[in-house]
Design a protein around this ligand. Structure first.
Ligand SMILES: Nc1ncnc2c1ncn2[C@@H]1O[C@H](COP(=O)(O)OP(=O)(O)OP(=O)(O)O)[C@@H](O)[C@H]1O
Length: 643
């Protein structure tokens, strides 16, 4: 007894979606009715269907499949039970779907797929006897007419006869075609004719053309026995995807496909009485079916599945490789005769089918070239769609307003609608440009802020060096203003060569030597009225400056007083803007208790930094009155000074 099948019928199982990692091959079993010849020979029927999914082959032999259909079931019943419509839907979504019939010769494979052969010249087959293929084609052609997007349908039809591929739709007489392999397509038939069609009649004609050219012969068990495996494939592609330029030679058609495979039947030559050519054909058929069975057995072994499967052993296994072990969705319809005379062959078919339904594939819809476009293009497309929707909305609004207009006004409005639309589009374009400009000026402002911060840092460093009468500690930080090292601690570099124009933040005049030409006025603005003593403010020492005698012409600090003030004014001016600190803190200061944020992590307020600097200098100076300027005491911060 052999058991094991997926739960549910094939249609329902496929409804659950084949996109999971592993999807088993669905198997439906069809038992044909006893033939007239079998009844005449007095043979007994030994197969009994128990329920809809189990077949009894004797008291101790039972096989379970996705669906089991006895001889009383019609062609329509079989079509429904196989869930082929669902396969068609999957093919429309881009999956590669295969339906193949399997069984001994005369078991009803061709009948199931394409119906009985015509009973005579010009005698049509009744529609009720039409097979799975005709029913699927009828459904498909109706279905594509109701799709929102246009679809292109094409078909190819080939047979594998004596392990040679022949094109059943070729314009001339069929000649053997090579089977090739490449990474994207897997195995494929070179130079196979693929015919585009748009109507059911056209497709039926192709089917009839192929059927009439397919090799068949009469033998003991079947008067019209197929001597070849036949593969009819319908390719479904989205027209928009097809219009895109081909990616390269040998590229598969974008979209899904639906392939129907009518396998030739296995046969015992002793039973069929095949001789000569018939025997050669039978041997070739049996060999290829053996290769197929071998691949299925290996696919079942979980350890072997990852390794080599000998699909190259025959043309049949090459062309079924994707359906069996690849990315396809596959349905197998196993056909058997109920006759006791056929029981050994029937059991062999049942075991074969039972193994096949444990084989799994990994269905995958091929990616269309549209999906390969970069994400950015997709975003742009979405934006444009949004813009179109917006324009459409505006157009609707205008039309609604225009509905209340008189005939002349309406004509005027219609004439102008196009112009208005163009204006909207131009407006959008202008807004886009402005946004780009805004972005670029914001970037420029940020870079100017960075430069400013560096200049302040440099100023701080020099200030510190001046106070301690020490040469600059270490090399000056790189300055974008092409600053040259100052000849003395008091001289600040000229800015004539600076590529950035430094302007006074108060009056916007160009700064010379870091000072505004109207700095006196600004100093008054910043520091208040003139100090008692009548000295110019620039020469007046700041309150925290070391004392010196104003009468002394040689006062070494006199000039520095001016610089102190100048620096102070500049510092005051600079506090108006927040900058991003990019240099380390002052070398003389203790570790700051407030967190120092750097770079993009945050912005330290420049005003706070300069305030701290003033505090520090003032404190040092006060201590400097009683201590030598180089002492450690001068480095400790003093209490904050108010100006
Ligand atoms: N379900 C059925 N109802 C009525 N007749 C059937 C049924 N199935 C098959 N037959 C008849 O049985 C005969 C053999 O069928 P068919 O040619 O389809 O077998 P086959 O499996 O394709 O054989 P082969 O492998 O030799 O081509 C045909 O005359 C066909 O009309």
């Amino acid at each position: 007894e052999e058991r094991g099948s997926p739960d549910g019928d094939p249609a329902r199982s496929l409804e659950q979606g084949p996109e999971g990692p592993e999807t088993p091959i669905q198997v439906v079993l069809r038992v044909r009715p006893m033939s007239t010849a079998e009844l005449r020979r007095g043979e007994q029927s030994v197969l009994h269907c128990s329920g809809t999914r189990t077949l009894q082959g004797g008291p101790e032999v039972a096989f379970r499949f996705g669906a089991v259909l006895d001889g009383a079931r019609t062609q329509e019943d079989v079509f429904r039970a196989c869930g082929v419509r669902r396969l068609g839907e999957l093919a429309l979504r881009g999956f590669s779907c295969t339906v193949f019939t399997f069984g001994q010769t005369g078991s009803g494979k061709t009948y199931t797929l394409t119906g009985p052969p015509p009973q005579g010249e010009g005698v049509p087959v009744p529609p009720s006897l039409a097979g799975i293929m005709q029913r699927t084609f009828t459904w498909l052609l109706d279905r594509v007419q109701h799709l929102p997007a246009p679809v292109t349908l094409r078909a190819s039809y080939l047979e594998i006869y004596n392990d040679q591929v022949r094109d059943l739709l070729s314009l001339g007489s069929p000649r053997p075609l090579p089977v090739r392999w490449n990474k994207t397509r897997g195995f494929y038939v070179e130079q196979l004719r693929v015919v585009e069609f748009s109507s059911l009649e056209a497709l039926m004609e192709l089917l009839q053309m192929g059927l009439s050219r397919r090799r068949s012969s009469a033998h003991t068990l079947n008067q019209a026995s197929s001597r070849s495996h036949a593969l009819l494939t319908v390719y479904i592609s989205c027209r928009t995807a097809q219009q895109m330029p081909p990616v390269g030679p040998g590229e598969p058609p974008v979209g899904g496909k639906l392939c129907f495979v009518d396998l030739a039947g296995s046969e015992k030559v002793t039973a069929t009485g095949s001789r000569g050519e018939l025997m050669l054909e039978a041997n070739s058929i049996n060999r290829s079916l053996l290769a197929l069975g071998h691949c299925i057995s290996l696919l079942l072994d979980p350890q072997r599945k990852q390794s080599h499967i000998p699909f190259r052993d025959s043309k049949l296994t090459k062309l079924l490789a994707d359906s069996l072990g690849g990315r396809g969705v596959t349905l197998m319809v196993a056909c058997v005769s109920p006759s006791a005379q056929c029981l050994p062959e029937t059991l062999s078919t049942l075991r074969y089918a039972s193994r096949a339904q444990r084989v799994t594939t990994r269905p995958q819809a091929p990616k269309s070239p549209v999906a390969k476009l970069p994400q950015r293009v997709e975003t742009d497309m979405l934006q444009l769609q949004e813009e179109n929707r917006h324009l459409q909305f505006q157009l609707d609004q205008m039309e609604r307003k225009a509905s209340g207009l008189s005939g002349t006004q309406m004509a005027w409005a219609q004439q102008n609608l196009y112009g208005m639309l163009q204006e909207f589009m131009l407006e959008n374009e202008r807004l886009r440009k402005e946004k780009r400009q805004l972005q670029s000026s914001r970037d420029q402002a940020q870079s100017e802020q960075r430069i400013l911060a560096q200049q302040v840092q440099e100023l701080q460093r020099r200030l510190s060096a001046c106070y301690h009468h020490q040469p600059s500690p270490g090399p000056a930080p790189p300055c974008p203003c092409l600053m040259v090292p100052p000849p003395s601690c008091h001289a600040l570099p000229p800015l004539s060569s600076c590529p950035w124009r430094h302007l006074c933040p108060i009056c916007q005049a160009p700064l010379a030597h870091w000072a505004c030409p109207w700095r006196e006025r600004h100093v008054q603005q910043v520091l208040g009225p003139e100090a008692p003593g009548g000295r110019p403010l620039s020469a007046r020492p700041p309150p925290w400056a070391p004392t010196c005698s104003s009468s002394s012409a040689k006062c070494p600090r006199e000039r520095s007083h001016s610089d102190w003030t100048q620096t102070r004014v500049l510092a005051e001016m600079l506090t108006e803007e927040e900058v991003v600190p990019s240099a380390p803190p002052l070398p003389t200061g203790p570790p700051s208790t407030s967190p120092v944020l750097r770079g993009g992590a945050g912005v330290q307020n420049l005003a706070q930094r300069l305030e701290a600097l003033r505090d520090q200098i003032g404190s040092s100076l006060r201590r400097g009155r009683s201590q030598p300027p180089h002492s450690e005491g001068a480095r400790s911060p003093g209490p904050g000074l108010s100006p």
